[in-house]
Ligand binder design. Structure first.
Ligand code: DGL
Length: 276
């Protein structure tokens, strides 16, 4: 079996996928770390939210998207910019595509334990991520000395997916979930779903500014850069060396992905609807 680090990339196209628009938060960091790369961003918005689906469904969607990105898209590697799909599918996909670098995202439990003073860590994530044995293993491996407060946030990714970060529904759900974490006195809270990065500031405000918020997008981008052997320009002219191309694909509404990608990331590409 060829290990990812030995894999000879046929191209510098990198596939990035999520259940919807949440993975754009990871794409933002990836572009800074790999300004020379071409990206295909695949939003499975027609099948979101993953976090409230059965594991078999998420695995099936992740398989189809991976196959599409590798075979039709010609990607050299894939960033699974979704905690839920990573929990459910990354292990299986690595078995099926042993030569392909597949980089997943997981709740940043380890950095949260390191950052916490009272060792009470909150993890906001989807129900599917938190119930998965992979999450339990993460906690066992890195947080035996801490109390981990798992806070499922049903409905939140879907509300963010609609594109209005100030909506009544986003606010209602954040009020509810953040209050529960405040009551339990977590001094560090992990954003364990890539959608939540887009409401980072609202979460910070709700939790109180003394609470540290952990998001792993940058760590994932660094890891992807290393595994994909992509030249890094962090700290140099990353802002000016924008990626040569970004393709936006969605199984949902193309205008919606286009609008959100433009508003949240400043991307001007047109999005294309696709069915896989
Ligand atoms: N953005 C995804 C994650 O990181 C999933 C959101 C959802 O579809 O439920 O888990």
């Amino acid at each position: 079996m060829t290990r990812p680090s030995e894999y000879q990339a046929p191209s510098n196209i990198i596939g990035v996928f999520d259940s919807g628009v949440g993975g754009l938060s990871v794409l933002k960091s990836l572009r800074l770390w790999m300004p020379q790369a071409h990206f295909i961003y695949f939003a499975d918005s027609g099948h979101a939210p993953y976090g409230e689906r059965l594991d078999d469904y998420v695995l099936d969607r992740s398989r189809r998207i991976t196959q599409h990105l590798l075979q039709a898209g010609g990607c050299q590697g894939i960033v699974i910019a979704c905690n839920t799909a990573t929990a459910v599918a990354v292990q299986q996909l690595r078995t099926e595509w042993p030569k392909v670098p597949l980089i997943g995202v997981e709740p940043g439990v380890k950095p949260a334990v390191a950052a916490s003073i009272n060792k009470r860590i909150g993890v906001m994530a989807t129900t599917a991520t938190l119930r998965h044995p992979r999450f339990q293993a993460l906690v066992l491996a890195h947080a035996s000395a801490a109390q981990v407060i798992a806070q499922p946030c049903p409905g939140l990714a879907l509300a963010i997916e609609q594109g209005d970060l100030q909506s009544v529904e986003v606010k209602r759900l954040l009020d509810q979930y953040c209050a529960q974490l405040r009551d339990k006195d977590a001094d560090t809270v992990v954003l364990g779903c890539t959608h939540y990065a887009f409401v980072h500031d609202q979460i910070a405000e709700q939790l109180g500014y003394g609470v540290r918020i952990i998001d792993t997008a940058e760590a994932v981008a660094k890891q992807a850069t290393r595994l994909l052997n992509a030249p890094t320009s962090k700290g140099s002219t990353a802002e000016t060396q924008v990626a040569p191309s970004i393709e936006l694909l969605t199984t949902g509404h193309e205008e919606q992905l286009q609008h959100i990608a433009q508003t949240w990331l400043g991307l001007t590409q047109t999005a294309r609807k696709i069915s896989v």
